[in-house]
Design a binder for this molecule. Sequence first.
Ligand SMILES: [Zn+2]
Length: 375
Amino acid sequence: MDAPTSIKPAFDYPIGADPAMPKQAINPAMRDGLPEDLPSKQVLVSPWRMLRSGVIQRLAPRSIAASAMRVATSRKPVVLIYHDVPSVADNHSVDLRTFESHITFMKRHFDFITPQQLNERRPTLSRIRVLLTFDDGFRNQFELAKRVLLNHSVPALFFISSRHSSPGAYLWFAYERMLAGHFQGEGFSFRGMYFSMRPEHSVESMGRLRSILLDLKPHPSAMYRAIEQELPSVNEMIDRKMVTDRYQGMSADEVTDLAREPQFAIGCHTVDHPLLTRCTHQEAYRQIADNRVWLERVSNRKCATIAYPGGDYNAQIINLCRDLALSDGFAEIPKLRSIPQFEVPRIGVYSASVFFLGCKVSWGNLLRRTSLPFG
Ligand SMILES: [Zn+2]
């Protein structure tokens, strides 16, 4: 893919506000829907002048609100999940411009941490801490998101599946998205069943196809065989540039480049991104162990963490990870609540809204304790 020559500047106005409006005209208290810290420049102004100008009166409630929120929320770091970050987003992802706006927003209100700081609790009144994680290893994470992270000096942990590092190989759900978004005909047949792709039927058809594919045994090889040999070919429905921007994985060389940056860490995400609880024990072992060997070879780093694909795991999978001497397992919603270090809760980011992002960071850890199936 031709890389953009420059990253679009971050926008600094609330969602729904007029981008043409000068920044100074925006009431800072309303900017993101969250209280903001006392700006350092204003600390240098004399307290008497601030009092006269009304600055203190305006800032005090926000400062108190920020402190109250820090006291009320979890002191553990919040772990966010981003997936693909293409230049043009579909319904499943945030695009590059949105991603950069998220980073600038979080830098203003929260502190980013490295994976090594995951088990440290923040002091009660200090800013909420955020660990950024990226799942799947899409090429756009390397090509686009990486530059934003480097520009802003933000650490991140990338969980990378190895299957889609080769040209023309895709993860199964990326194939599904290509089929759902780009299939041109009325429908297709698969094993004697017809799947209508007319707008009014496509959601039902894709749900039915997913269910059939995931049930094929052995998982996941039978599913990939069906995709490659029996279902419509992606080469016929989508142009190369879009495939590269949205659906292709990082190559081995790109993983090597990514791992050269000290602020980035690499973790396992299996070879083929199966649902691990649907694999035989032997296959689950192979999925994790082979992915780890590949990642450690191309990154020249130790990769001792895993994110369970689709957040799917059970006690046997945790035991397997421990047998493989992995140090941490990243979930989405903790299911067993037995071994915290192998059920690290994470919160997905799918919306452009910085208001929702702020809510997820501020309250995500508390909500995760409830097992409610959000984000
Ligand atoms: Zn994944």
